[in-house]
Structures are given as C-alpha cells and as structure tokens.
Design a protein around this ligand. Structure first.
Ligand SMILES: [Zn+2]
Length: 391
C-alpha cells in the first residue's frame, strides 16, 4: 500500500469543527474553501459573493506530511481527524499563503510574544492552502439548527447573544430579562471551547439552565452551544458571533458593552462602527453598562444613575470567578446563591468532613435529618449571612 497516504490530509478538531460549521451554513455566505482570487478579494474588500465577511476562509494545515500531499496537487483530498476519515475536498486549486499575514488578518496583530493565541494559530498553519468544495461528517450541528428553526418559525423578533457564563451573574440576568421583554425569543449561544476548560462547559451550561428554568419563562429562552474555534478571535469575534446568530435565524444580536478578544476590550461604539460598516443583515444592539449602586441599592445603568462611579460596583466575571476559586461565596448582589453553591460544590468536592453535623447545626429546622449536599449547605450558610440582626 505504498500510495495509501497519497491523498490524506490530517486536520485537527478546530479545523474539522470549523469546516462543519461552514457546511451547515452557519457562516453563510461562506460555502467552500476559497481559491486564491476569492481569498484575496475577501481579505481586501471584506466581501464574498457580495456579502460582508470579516476575512477569507481557507484550509492550510501544518505538518510536513500534509504539505507533501498538498504539493503533489491531487484532484481529491481525503480529510482525516483522529485517524478517521471525516470528509473530502474536491480540489480546485492549491496555492501558497503567507502564514504570518494570515494570522494578522485574523487577529489584527502578528505579535506572537504578547498573544499566545496567535502563536498557537501560527503553529497550526502550513504554507499551502487547499481550495474547493468539501464535505465533512456533521457532528450534530444540523440537528441543533433544525431544532432552533422549528422553535422560531412563528416568532417575529428573535435575538441572539453569546455568553461564557463563567459564572453567570446578576447583570447577565438583567440583560437577558430586557432581551425577552423586547423580543419573542432569546437564543443564548453558550461558548464551548475545543480544549478542556478551567470551568467546564457542563457546569456553565447547568448553572445557566438552572437560572432559565427557575427564574425565566421557559418558552422565551433557549441555550445553544457554540464551539469556539480560532476564527472567533480578535475584533472579528463579535462579527462572527452575529453572523452565526443570523444564520440560526436571529434578526437581532446583542453585543456586550465591551467585547473581549485577545485580552483587548473593544468599546461598544467602536464595535458598533465596525458593524455599521459591514452589512451583516442583522440588527446589532449594544447594551448599557450596568453596575450595582450603593445609594440606589439596586442594579442600574450608568446612564440612569446620578451617583457617580465612587458608589458603583462593577460586574466582572473574572473577579467573581476568582472569589469562587478561593472558596469564598460571592455576595448575592453579584450572583445568585444557588449558582454560587453549584460552582463551589463543583470546585471543592468532598470539602466538609462533617457535612451532616454542620448542616444540622446551622439549620433552624431541627426536624428529621435528611441527606444534604454541599450545595444545600452553602445555600443554608448564605441564608445566615443574609440575616440582618446582630450585625
Ligand atoms: Zn445610584
């Protein structure tokens, strides 16, 4: 079998999942691996088939063996992931690319020292791109799209927003409430990373679902996982998120007051101007900055509260997460106690040696001792924290 590797290209999960998203139509108008001319036009004019896109869509996998196969100019290429064939490309053209230029197009920077993410993407890139039509095995996206389409078919205003929910806090909740007040349905795209995360998707999904099931009208919100691949980087993240929301069927898209990419926060007005310069056929909405005001004693928009920043507490998921990681329960003005309890129970398994006794001692109802969990204990403890006598 001397020629068994002749047409085989080995790609990673990121490339595979991105191809599958394109195939499912989530990055419409992108529908193929672009040839040289199409890619150059896309990068220069930010357009493909007359529609706006942030950059060209290409496949240029790294690796000596891959490069040899690509350079041999095969008519058809078989795509392998994890030593399993998952797709094919009908080769239209093979052309050389400049990997550095490519990362700069995606990230708006080629500074690999400051941004490890750029270095990572650069490492995945080879020197040759494969153009043409392709197919890959679907990993479940089509089913999700069908599910969403069925739900939204009679709905007029469907708004999308992306979220990490890491953890989900009170301002997220406020934004979600506003979204359902003004629209028939909110689709929360919960970001799921390819690699294992410090806060697993399962926990983020379960806490978000708990919030939706317990405190929202269920028929007005759905949660859909959104696989985060290299294309969702830099300033383009918001644009691609909006494209995906649109292709799922949303007619509106909510952007945070700042959208984070590469550790750089893009301010809402800057993002809005990028949006306005592109015609994405979806209405982009920016939201106000919300804070807790210790005079108003509630969550307010900075535009509606006169008390100034010295009375305001901001909501930063990373700081709240930091508290949780040290084992502290964040105050309930920041996040709901049930959600904190779920996070802490996950982060510190089997933490208490005498849980039953502890729980019994801090509970006012000394009835039958029922089996309690760490989660119950945290909630009971928070209730005591919130008791306002003897302060
Ligand atoms: Zn105030």
């Amino acid at each position: 079998m001397a020629f068994s590797n002749k047409n085989k290209i080995f790609i990673d999960k990121e490339a595979y999942y991105t191809l599958a998203m394109v195939q499912a139509g989530l990055l419409n108008p992108i529908d193929k691996l672009m040839n040289k001319k199409e890619a150059q036009t896309a990068d220069r004019e930010k357009k493909y088939k007359g529609k706006s896109i942030p950059f060209s869509f290409i496949l240029a996998p790294a690796g000596r063996r891959n490069e040899e196969v690509i350079k041999s100019n095969p008519k058809k290429i078989e795509l392998f992931y994890n030593n399993r064939k998952i797709g094919e490309v009908e080769v239209e053209e093979i052309y050389e690319i400049d990997p550095l230029k490519r990362v700069e197009t995606i990230y708006g920077s080629k500074d690999t020292k400051t941004y490890p993410q750029i270095a990572k993407t650069l490492k995945r890139l080879g020197k040759y791109a494969i153009a043409g039509n392709f197919w890959v095995e679907d990993y479940g996206i089509k089913k999700k799209i069908d599910y969403v389409r069925e739900i939204i078919k009679n709905k007029k205003d469907v708004v999308g927003m992306t979220m990490h929910a890491k953890p989900i806090h009170r301002v997220h909740e406020k934004i979600m409430r506003q979204a359902i007040e003004r629209n028939d349905l909110l689709i929360v795209f919960l970001i799921k990373n390819i690699e294992e995360e410090d806060v697993p998707y399962k926990l983020r999904f379960e806490t978000l679902k708990y919030l939706v099931d317990t405190y929202f009208p269920k028929e007005k919100i759905i949660i859909i996982p959104l696989i985060n691949t290299y294309i969702f980087s830099g300033v383009n993240e918001a644009i691609l998120d909006a494209m995906i929301a649109k292709n799922f069927g949303c007619n509106k898209f909510i952007m945070g007051q700042t959208h984070k990419g590469l550790g750089i926060y893009y301010q809402a007005d800057h993002l809005k101007s990028i949006f306005d310069s592109m015609n994405l056929e979806i209405e982009a909405k920016t939201i106000n900055e919300y804070v807790y005001c210790n005079i108003c004693k509630t969550i307010v928009s900075v535009n509606s509260c006169p008390h100034g920043s010295h009375h305001h507490i901001s909501y930063h998921s990373d700081s709240i997460l930091e508290l949780l990681k040290t084992g502290l329960m964040p105050p309930t003005i920041l996040m709901r106690k049930e959600i904190s309890a779920k996070f802490l129970a996950h982060m510190f398994p089997n933490r208490f040696k005498n849980l039953e006794k502890l729980f019994y001692d801090i509970s006012p109802n000394k009835g039958l001792i029922e089996e309690s969990t760490d989660e119950d204990f945290y909630i009971a403890l928070m209730k005591l924290y919130q008791t306002s006598s003897l302060t």
